[in-house]
Design a protein around this ligand. Structure first.
Ligand code: BT5
Length: 336
């Protein structure tokens, strides 16, 4: 297993090795660990331990302290420590390295930077929060700390750029599958890049690429999932949701691991057999087909029945007069 947390784009905050070890010790302890125990395990003075704990607290980690008993992680504080992310996962193509950050502007931007520097396929960038998380067309992706998953994988598919939309659909298939496996919750896919729960947006996918003559040089595949986000800013309340509405708390680590496994599997199918084989699974999971939708493509608006997905990922919309339109990208709303 390879972990690699030290590449530092602008405004990135990451854990020092010793902070990571300290959190690991607290995570694995079933009870409080005294300052003396931590000091001995980390070969630090007790003052140095205390300073590290203060620093972790200032980063948002909830470490409880009691002068009598020592330190422990607050119940419910779940960590995404790099060492645990890939541990024992049977991954074929997307097997790290992992770059873990406490805070980043955007995991897609950091991954792009790494990809330009030659980072291999399978490189994962994951952040506990984003300060400039992005959706498509420069839109904002709200990324509050420690509640959701914000990650980007670097892919290097030896494929023409025109296949990028089908890669986004493939990632959506992986995301609903992972949510089902890790949380037991069934979600749906809204074409092209939304993960939907109870009619609202639970997650989104942002695939971006750089090309080299007629093939993709690299793709950064970004996924944002609201797992335990308790509330959203006012302007998102009508459209955004998280699994917190079920009244339970879900493991971000388990969901991330399930997502990596699902992406590894479906990306392999994509490379070996193409999108055709994935389409059947996509159809089962979508909430878009069979609905009357209104698509906006720049200035144009197309209203009709969302009938099918073409092999290249385009949505086929049938107007009331029977004419068909292929929509390759854009935004769809229920019509009416
Ligand atoms: C998306 O864009 O849905 C793609 C979101 C991808 C986010 C991930 S997080 C990791 C990686 N790093 C990044 O910087 N981005 C990726 P789009 O279809 O354009 O939807 C954006 C719209 O969703 C916004 O304009 C809001 O209306 C809404 N939105 C913003 N934050 C949201 C949230 N946390 N949950 C649900 N909806 C949200």
């Amino acid at each position: 297993m390879v972990t690699e947390p030290k590449a530092a784009p602008a405004a990135a905050v990451y854990l020092e090795q010793v902070q990571e070890e300290l959190l690991g010790l607290l995570q694995n302890a079933s009870t409080f660990l005294s300052g003396a125990q931590l000091a001995a395990r980390l070969q630090l003075s007790r003052t140095a331990v205390w300073k590290r704990i203060e620093r972790l607290r200032s980063l948002g980690y909830q470490v409880e302290g009691s002068s009598r008993r020592g330190y422990r992680l607050a119940p419910g504080q779940e960590l995404l420590l790099p060492a645990a992310i890939l541990a024992d996962l049977p991954l074929q193509r997307l097997a790290g390295p992992v770059h873990h950050y406490v805070s980043l502007p955007s995991t897609n931007d950091a991954a792009k930077e790494l990809a330009r520097q030659g980072a291999p396929e399978g490189t994962l960038v994951v952040a506990e929060r984003q300060t400039a998380g992005r959706g498509r067309l420069g839109r904002v992706w709200e990324s509050p700390p420690f509640t959701g998953l914000y990650l980007t994988l670097i892919l290097r598919p030896p494929r023409p750029p025109a296949e990028l939309p089908t890669l986004t659909l493939t990632a959506a298939v992986a995301a609903v599958e992972a949510l089902q496996t890790a949380t037991g919750v069934t979600t749906g896919i809204k074409w092209p890049n939304d993960i939907i729960f109870q009619g609202k947006k639970l997650g989104g996918i942002l695939t971006e690429m750089e090309t080299e003559s007629d093939r993709m040089s690299f793709v950064v595949l970004g996924v944002g999932l609201n797992l335990n986000t308790p509330v959203f800013p006012e302007h998102l309340r009508e459209i955004a949701t998280s699994l917190a509405v079920t009244g339970r708390t879900y493991s971000r680590l388990a969901t991330l691991r399930a997502l990596l496994q699902a992406l590894d599997h479906w990306y392999d199918v994509f490379l070996r057999d193409g999108f055709g084989d994935i389409l059947a699974r996509w159809r089962q999971a979508t909430v878009t087909l069979g609905k009357v939708v209104c698509c906006r493509q720049g200035e144009r608006e197309i209203t009709g029945l969302a009938r099918e997905i073409a092999p290249d990922g385009a949505l086929i919309v049938v107007r009331p007069d029977g004419t068909e339109e292929r929509v390759l990208s854009g935004e769809i709303q229920p019509a009416g």
